[in-house]
Design a protein around this ligand. Structure first.
Ligand code: GTP
Ligand code: MG
Length: 195
């Protein structure tokens, strides 16, 4: 898909800074370094819109990306990065919690997990946290280019089991390298934002 108008509206930490246009929002969450920014770049066909890095902890604020004045992706700080100070971790937690608690235009959450591994405790907690706020969740198992096709079923089971996956949610494999999963993810986003 080609997009002409993508704007990083604001990097916000406080509700007063959130955009006020009432556009539907999708939040993207996941462990630090799991590939959130890479997913955003793939979905928007941009190489370096959302900054990616092999160094975890790159994204430190809520980044609101407005797409064609129709919807907004919210890239949030990754969790679970050991080298982030306790203080900073609590700050990130607070920023995300405030957002989830107060954001009325939020329509759904994309939770990224690593296709290669069993989800962490942090992943489990985040998934349940999103469910607690009654959000429809799309679980995206990313970096699937790093596993063999023959492992797909087994990894699907492991991931769903660890998360206690709700059957009303959706699960998809994705790769920023091969773009597999791109269309399904867009379908889900469109279905949940009515764009
Ligand atoms: P933070 O902002 O630090 O939380 O990280 P992030 O979740 O935004 O991750 P980012 O997109 O920066 O990607 C982290 C690293 O994983 C980078 O080196 C990416 O190139 C790599 N990566 C992301 N997605 C994929 C993928 O689908 N396949 C492969 N092989 N590598 C990926
Ligand atoms: Mg990032």
């Amino acid at each position: 898909m080609q997009f002409n108008d993508i704007t990083l509206l604001i990097s916000a930490v406080d509700p007063k800074q959130y955009p006020q246009d009432g556009l539907p929002e999708i939040v993207l969450s996941g462990r630090s370094n799991v590939g959130k920014s890479s997913l955003i770049n793939t979905l928007l066909s941009r190489k370096a819109l959302a900054r990616t890095s092999s160094k975890p902890g790159k994204t430190q604020t809520l980044n609101f990306y407005q797409i064609e004045k129709q919807l907004i992706f919210v890239d949030v700080p990754g969790y679970g990065y050991a080298k982030v100070s306790k203080q900073q971790r609590e700050r990130f937690g607070q920023i995300i919690e405030t957002y989830l608690q107060t954001r009325e235009v939020l329509q759904g959450a994309v939770l990224l997990v690593d296709a290669r591994h069993e989800p962490t405790e942090d992943d489990f907690n985040m998934y349940n946290y999103l469910k607690y706020y009654d959000l429809p969740v799309l679980v995206v198992a990313t970096k699937v280019d790093k596993i063999k096709r023959s492992q797909h079923n087994k990894q699907t089971k492991i991931i769903k089991q660890k998360l206690q996956f709700d059957p009303s949610d959706q699960f998809v494999f994705f790769s920023a390298e091969t773009k597999v999963g791109h269309d399904e993810i867009w379908q889900w986003i469109k279905a949940h934002t009515q764009v």
